[in-house]
Every structure is written in structure tokens, then in C-alpha cells.
Design a protein around this ligand. Structure first.
Ligand SMILES: O=P(O)(O)OC[C@H]1O[C@@H](O)[C@H](O)[C@@H](O)[C@@H]1O
Length: 322
């Protein structure tokens, strides 16, 4: 007689995250979702370096030549530019947060979270004595990285002025997001048409964007000002659309180094520019000022959806407004 079927083992709730070692012994947090969805975050830089969909396909670009060794920032994923974006100030390019060691914050102040989100991690960065010499302000920078129930990736930054001498501070900021694309010449960005921008390739001069949507045929390095809260990155070849939603971050930087600059970068492959595009929610034109005790919040949410169109038949309103 056959043995009665044994009852299934009790289901264990998945842990919020795993902590593993990446290259050069750097600590990496792994968030796992349903099917093959996952997100990876390095404590070095508080930097997301991987976001995979339910088929396990990588959605972010990280260079094959990326250097996972301080003090170089990791080339790819979502570097955090703080307290300075680019060369808009006296600090090193893009500030120092991207090449500092963050720690896991196991007891962050409450932050409302969609109860369906089971995989997230909270990180914190506080200035070291060395940091205070180059930027003399005390702050607490809390970053929550969450993998949503439908595979969305969200990053929420909370920056608090903890100066005890009564002084305010100002900073610029960006989530320097590197998207993985099939072929840059097959990509359109929608949501930025008709926007004013500062062109980093023309001495930060101000222009107004023309045309229907942004396409790529050469190097681009533009800061779109007061950009809408939703921007779509449409990859025609992959038939995939990234929808980027931003809060608290008025601007959006669009960057692709193209061939000459690619060759000049030590940590970037010569032809990798064809497979990446940076669209970076940012606060650049108007720096953010915080008085002691004040806190700022800036959020980025990313989703990747199949493009429901055939080459060029996209209805931008559908993508931008859902
Ligand atoms: O090489 P970095 O410091 O990571 O910067 C890459 C690029 O980052 C972009 O955000 C800037 O607009 C570019 O000007 C810059 O070249």
C-alpha cells in the first residue's frame, strides 16, 4: 500500500535581504523577489548595481571594466551623486557619497512602505572626520532600496541636516541611473521634449529641446530643467520601456559618452556606450537647502514593461500617464 502523501513543509517567509561578498571583498546586499527578480546593492557607495526582472534579465548597465575597489566609484548601476552633482561646486566630480562605505541601518526612523513590499534594505551614511574637512556639515543620509511586488525598483533618500552650530547647508543631488539598452540608436526618451536644458557640452549654456522625442546619434550630456515626474525610455529592439518616476527631484540629466569619451574612460569598454544610457533624476539647477533638523526626501521608482507598440507607434500619453 502506498504511503499517505506527506504534508508540504511549512513555508518560511523569505528574509528581507542577504549579505554576500562581491569582488575585492566588498559587501553586497541581495534582495530577492518572486521568480528570478532580484536587486543588488553595494555598501560601497550605497550603490545599486543590479536589477533583474522575472526572467533574470539584467536591466541596469554595469561596465565589464568597472573597478570594484575604493576610491574609484563603480561604473554603472545607480551611483548616488551627493553633496554635489557633476562639477557644480568645489568638491570632487559628483561628490563623495558614491565612494564612501555606507552601513546597514537596522533601525531607521519610520518610512511608509507598501505592505506588499517584502524585500528592502535601509542604508545610512554619516560624514567621517575626513569628510567634514572637505564639506564641513554634519548630515545623516538614509537610503532605502526596495524591490516591489511587481519587480519595480525604488530608491528613497532621506537627508537630514544634523549640524549643531545652527548652520544650514545646500547640496545638489542625482541618482545617476545607468540603464541597459540593446542598442543606443534604437532608443527614444519621452517626457523631455520641449524642456529647457543646460548643455554640459556647450559650457552649460541653456537651450530648449525641439522635436518629438529624444534620440541618440552622438555624445549627449544635458541637464533637463523642471522635467516631468515621469520619463519613459523606450528600447525599440528589446520592445521594452523603462518608466522612471521621480519625486523631490525637479531635473533630469541625460548622458551617453559616445565613442571618443568611452575610449578615454579607463573603467568603460570602448563600445559599451552602445548598450547604456544614463537618465538621472536630479536636483541641480536649484540646490536644496536644509536648516538644522530639517529633512529632505527624494525618490526614484523604476519599472520595466513590455512596449505595447511597433516601431514608432507609441502613444506617449500611455507611457507617461500610465
Ligand atoms: O565619470 P563620472 O564622474 O562618473 O561622470 C560621468 C558623467 O556623469 C554625468 O552625469 C555627467 O553629466 C557627465 O558630465 C559625466 O561625464
Amino acid at each position: 500500500m502506498a504511503a499517505p502523501p506527506s504534508s508540504p513543509p511549512p513555508q518560511q517567509p523569505p528574509p528581507f535581504y542577504e549579505l554576500v561578498k562581491g569582488p575585492c571583498g566588498l559587501d553586497k546586499v541581495v534582495l530577492r523577489g518572486a521568480r528570478k527578480r532580484s536587486v543588488e546593492v553595494y555598501l560601497y557607495g550605497g550603490q545599486v548595481t543590479s536589477w533583474k526582472n522575472d526572467h533574470g534579465e539584467e536591466l541596469l548597465f554595469v561596465s565589464s571594466k568597472a573597478i570594484f575597489k575604493p576610491p574609484k566609484a563603480i561604473r554603472g548601476g545607480v551611483p548616488i551623486c551627493f553633496p554635489q552633482f557633476g562639477t557644480h561646486g568645489n568638491l570632487e566630480q559628483h561628490g563623495f557619497a558614491r565612494n564612501r562605505l555606507w552601513i546597514i541601518d537596522d533601525n531607521p526612523p519610520p518610512l511608509p512602505l507598501n505592505p506588499a513590499i517584502k524585500a528592502f534594505v535601509d542604508l545610512i551614511l554619516k560624514p567621517s572626520d575626513e569628510d567634514l574637512k572637505i564639506w564641513p556639515h554634519s548630515f545623516e543620509f538614509r537610503l532605502r532600496v526596495a524591490l516591489g511586488p511587481t519587480g519595480d525598483l525604488s530608491l528613497t533618500s532621506r537627508i537630514r541636516n544634523t549640524n549643531t552650530d545652527g548652520r544650514p547647508f545646500s547640496y545638489t543631488f542625482a541618482y545617476h541611473t545607468y540603464f541597459s539598452v540593446s542598442d543606443i540608436s534604437e532608443v527614444r526618451v519621452e517626457g523631455l521634449e520641449t524642456m529647457d536644458y543646460l548643455d554640459n557640452l556647450k559650457g552649460k549654456e541653456r537651450f530648449t529641446e525641439q522635436g518629438d522625442a529624444i534620440v541618440f546619434e552622438s555624445e549627449v550630456d544635458k541637464i533637463y530643467l523642471s522635467a516631468p515626474s515621469k520619463i519613459a525610455i523606450i528600447d525599440h529592439e528589446k520592445k521594452r520601456t523603462f518608466v522612471l518616476t521621480k519625486e523631490g527631484l525637479p531635473d533630469a540629466v541625460v548622458w551617453n559618452p559616445w565613442d571618443k569619451k568611452a575610449k578615454a574612460m579607463q573603467d568603460f569598454g570602448d563600445v559599451e556606450y552602445k548598450h547604456m544610457l544614463c537618465v538621472e533624476p536630479a536636483a541641480v539647477e536649484k540646490p536644496i537647502t536644509l536648516k538644522p533638523g530639517e529633512e529632505w526626501k527624494g525618490r526614484l521608482a523604476l519599472s520595466a514593461v513590455p512596449s505595447s507598440y511597433c516601431s514608432g507607434q507609441l502613444d506617449p500619453l500611455k507611457v507617461i500617464h500610465g
